[in-house]
Every structure is written in structure tokens, then in C-alpha cells.
Design a protein around this ligand. Structure first.
Ligand SMILES: C[S@@+](CC[C@H](N)C(=O)[O-])C[C@H]1O[C@@H](n2cnc3c(N)ncnc32)[C@H](O)[C@@H]1O
Length: 256
């Protein structure tokens, strides 16, 4: 069994699949909501810098941290190779330290927030992000909710290519414990390098949220207001109405 975050090259190719909408959306949000001369961004759990690298290239000042040293090493080498600069450090989403009131915006998409497995960890994270943001700073938070109607898809497969490397990915929901609010997922990565076929299986857990549970959490900490919500299409011109049937949601939160 592997931790797929320990396979940064394969993770990065796999998750960069169809990320142009996500990236365009983030840039549109920062352009619309941040008015500093030099926009300062924070990415909690930045991993390989899949999103951060093109954002630095686009002129944003970025700070990112992650718990996984292998992913951070990949990111540092990637930045060096591309002659890009960012502030990268090893940190935990629950307990990270950055200079307060510094960032115009922060972002955390693709369910990363759900790696925080307890209510207390999730609260601590949101409080710390709010502390890091300037007044009216924006937090873009993207995660899957558990809809009333049940998940539409328990298995997702996709294939991504970069250069000569093709990675086939399969993500399967193998267990959902709504009482313990825990989802168990299995990811199989199959990189296909010339003459070689490999397969890596990773099993991990994420905290589950219904819309009600997410709203209750935000109400409790009471430091963000919801400016807008979007769906998996990341279309800034089309805010989505989220309801108990919603699956992937992207919330635009503003520090009060
Ligand atoms: C789905 S990946 C997302 C990486 C990156 N943000 C992206 O969009 O590609 C989730 C990341 O969260 C990191 N992670 C999980 N729990 C964490 C924690 N408590 N603190 C910091 N990073 C964490 C993992 O190491 C992994 O890099």
C-alpha cells in the first residue's frame, strides 16, 4: 500500500487533468476581490504546487505549506527548475503559523480541507486561515458534500498525460460512515511509462460534510461570510445555488 501523495510526479500529472477551469476561476476571483498592488496568496496543503506554480508564473506572491516532505521537495525542485520563487514550508493545516493579516486570499480545493478528520481540527484550520488573511480577505474552499440523495458516483476514472507519461487514475469510495462522518477512499494510480506498467494503491479517509454540517461549522466559528458559491464547473459568471442535493461546492468566503 502506498500513500499517493508520496508519488508527487504521478499525483501531479493525475490531478492536473482538466485543471484549466479551476485555475482560471482562481485568477478571476483574485482579480475581482483582491485590490492590493501585489496580491499575496496562501495555499494550505499545497502539495506539489499544481495550482501554485502557474499562479506564481502569473505574478502572484505565493506562500504554501504541506505536511508531506516528498511533495514539498518536488515543489521546491520544480520552482528552482522554473526560476520561480515562493515561500514554502512544512506545516499542518490545523496548527500552521504565518504572519497575521498578511494575505489577500487563500485557497484550498479538491477536498483537501476534508483531510482534517475532527471538528476541532477543522475549526482550528478556519480560525488560522482567517487570522492569516487581511480584513475582507477571501478564502476559496472547494469540497464534496454528502447529498441527501446519496452520491451519484462511487467510482471515478480518468487518464492524464504529460509528455511521455500517461497516468490512469481510479478513485473509489469504499466506505461511508455518516455517523462517524468518515469516508474511506481508494485511489489506484497506473503510470504507463514506456515498457513499464505499474500500479499503486492508496487508501485514506476524509471527513464528510452535509450542507447543514458545513453551514453549522461556519456559523459556529463566525469569522467568514459566504460571498458566493459555485459548482464543479468553476464558472465565475455562474454562481450556483447550493442545496442539500449539491455535491462538489466551491465557497467564496470573506473574512468579516
Ligand atoms: C488532494 S492533495 C491537494 C494538494 C494541492 N493543494 C492541490 O490542489 O493539488 C491534499 C494535500 O493535503 C496534504 N495534507 C493532508 N493533511 C494535511 C495537514 N493536516 N496539513 C497539511 N497538509 C496536509 C497532503 O500531503 C496533500 O499534499
Amino acid at each position: 500500500m502506498q500513500n499517493w501523495y508520496d508519488l508527487p510526479t504521478y499525483y501531479d500529472v493525475s490531478f492536473s487533468h482538466e485543471m484549466s477551469e479551476e485555475l482560471a476561476f482562481l485568477k478571476a476571483v483574485f482579480n475581482q476581490y483582491c485590490n492590493s498592488k501585489k496580491t499575496e496568496l496562501l495555499e494550505p496543503a499545497c502539495g506539489t504546487g499544481r495550482l501554485m506554480t502557474p499562479l506564481i508564473r502569473a505574478g502572484y506572491d505565493c506562500t504554501g505549506f504541506d505536511l508531506n516532505e516528498i511533495a514539498l521537495d518536488y515543489l521546491r525542485k520544480r520552482l528552482k527548475r522554473n526560476r520561480l520563487k515562493a515561500n514554502i514550508f512544512n506545516g499542518d493545516m490545523e496548527s500552521f503559523h504565518v504572519k497575521p493579516d498578511t494575505f489577500d486570499a487563500a485557497f484550498c480545493t479538491v477536498d483537501t480541507f476534508r483531510h482534517l478528520l475532527t471538528q476541532n481540527q477543522a475549526e482550528q484550520h478556519l480560525v488560522r486561515v482567517a487570522k492569516a488573511l487581511k480584513k475582507n480577505g477571501i478564502y476559496v474552499l472547494g469540497l464534496h458534500l454528502v447529498p441527501d440523495t446519496g452520491l451519484s458516483n462511487k467510482v471515478t476514472c480518468w487518464t492524464a498525460k504529460r509528455g511521455r507519461l500517461t497516468v490512469k487514475s481510479t478513485m473509489t469510495m469504499i466506505k461511508m460512515d455518516k455517523k462517524k462522518r468518515m469516508e474511506t477512499l481508494k485511489v489506484v494510480l497506473k503510470p504507463q511509462v514506456i515498457n513499464k506498467k505499474q500500479s499503486y494503491t492508496s487508501v485514506y479517509q476524509l471527513r464528510t460534510y452535509t450542507l447543514k454540517q458545513l453551514m453549522k461549522l461556519l456559523d459556529k466559528i463566525s469569522i467568514f461570510e459566504i460571498v458566493n458559491a459555485y459548482d464543479e464547473f468553476y464558472d465565475i459568471s455562474r454562481p450556483a445555488t447550493i442545496n442539500s442535493k449539491s455535491e462538489y461546492v466551491v465557497l467564496l468566503l470573506r473574512k468579516k
